[in-house]
Design a protein around this ligand. Sequence first.
Ligand code: FE2
Length: 233
Amino acid sequence: MNTVIEPRDERSQPARIVAGYPQTPWRNPRQPLVKRQPTLSELSGPLEVAKRVKLLGGDIAGYGEHQAIGQLIHLRVRVLDEDGAPVGGAMVEMWQANSAGRYSHPNDDDHAPPDQNFHGAARLLTDQSGSFELRTVKPGAYPVPTKDGWWRPPHLHFSLFGKVWLSRLVTQMYFPGEPLNMQDRILNAVPDVAARESMIARYLPPAAEPYNALVFEHRIVLRGRAATPAQPP
Ligand SMILES: [Fe+2]
């Protein structure tokens, strides 16, 4: 792995302060960044993350015999490093709202119904080709608790642990053709068009097998020039 840390690319990473998104000043440093060499632990760890937490699998479209409410989707994702090589054994965590746009979390309690068959969280490992799959339901849009009528488009949240801390990435994935994508302050905080589009999954024709679901394909790049932009958790 390339251990050089390049300066933050201001075009392909989100703007530090986003108008109308009140949390951004708290989440970003007020002082200029300081360049330093990576430490040994950043280059070598964390080791075997998956042994320290429980894997949950990637089939979260329902619990037990009950299907979650919503459009069934089959998502196929490939995880690559900065050289375009697949990252096998990466731990992937995903969380999302249900089809009505509500998270299964105590902080989300005000606008849409919960679905008792949907908890909206997956944790799994990529295979040796850097791939993983999710069977889930398409999340709904939801209103952000600001006073000016901002709704988030349907999206999935991802946290990925690559080989070492330097390849840690927290990001989001969006769906193609969603009208709310055009006005979303988080997606559009990334100035570069190609970088923004790299966060939008590709729609494939629905397939009867294996799930008779809507099929989407996506790619996540953990580091380097083509890195998928970071997005808030
Ligand atoms: Fe969200």
